[in-house]
Design a protein around this ligand. Structure first.
Ligand SMILES: Nc1ncnc2c1ncn2[C@@H]1O[C@H](COP(=O)(O)OP(=O)(O)OP(=O)(O)O)[C@@H](O)[C@H]1O
Length: 220
């Protein structure tokens, strides 16, 4: 479950401020966030992932208040519990696709990389149609292939929360449907919550709830 209350966030150099009086999302819910460009949707996902921390208010994920954690604890919490599909993929250039998919196992204490995890990574790659690209580095992959690597990385830990920032924006219609089916299927298996930013209104019927960002900032 996600619980946000009295959130007030500003970037250090100023300019943009995000205030969210209240937002509650039940565990297992599939929620889409829509809204104009630059309104703060990515910033909200970053706050839910603990990549940014607000000066005022709190963000609680599965009972854990993120601002009560140190940077190191937040990083570990994120790697173990959250699958984040970044808008710009955020792949590591120095790692090949397979190593990128398994990246959470490099950084989270307590996550053990064993044969079962390796098999899961391969199976996810196969389901996404990138199984023959796993030895390549991101620079030798198309945008759509990089996006699918990022999706596999977000799912490999079987997280309780999936944050998706335009997660299928670079995919053709057929692949988009395939990947979304996979995302929803894996989330359902794990009882995971999905919080997805999208500009693609054709996808909205797939979600339980749609949040219009402009309304969220006033009240939700
Ligand atoms: N690191 C930063 N420092 C200062 N301002 C930032 C930073 N990152 C984003 N912003 C500003 O914060 C505002 C919200 O950005 P954000 O990326 O959250 O919007 P968005 O709704 O996700 O946009 P889009 O739909 O275009 O992806 C924008 O005005 C942006 O310029």
């Amino acid at each position: 479950m996600i619980d946000i209350a009295d959130l007030d966030f500003a970037y250090p150099r100023g300019g943009f401020r995000l205030d969210v009086p209240r937002l509650t999302i039940e565990r297992g819910a599939r929620v889409a966030v829509v809204g104009s460009s630059g309104t703060g949707k990515t910033t909200l996902l970053n706050l839910v992932a603990g990549l940014q921390v607000a000066a005022r208010g709190h963000v609680t994920v599965d009972g854990q208040n993120l601002s009560a954690l140190s940077d190191t604890q937040r990083r570990a919490f994120r790697a173990r519990r959250i699958g984040f599909i970044f808008q710009n993929f955020a792949l590591m250039d120095y790692l090949n696709a397979r190593e990128n998919v398994l990246y959470p196992y490099r950084i989270a204490p307590g996550l053990v990389l064993d044969d079962a995890v390796r098999a899961r990574a391969e199976a996810l790659a196969t389901a996404c149609g990138i199984e023959d690209r796993l030895d390549r580095h991101p620079g030798a992959l198309s945008q759509g292939e990089q996006q699918r690597v990022a999706i596999c990385r977000a799912l490999v830990t079987r997280p309780g929360l999936i944050l998706a920032d335009e997660a299928t924006g670079n995919l053709d219609p057929h692949t988009k449907t395939l990947i979304l089916d996979l995302l929803f299927e894996r989330a359902a298996e794990a009882g995971a919550t999905i919080l997805a930013v999208t500009h693609d209104h054709a996808l909205l019927p797939r979600f339980d709830r749609v949040i219009d960002f402009s309304e969220l900032r006033r009240a939700a």
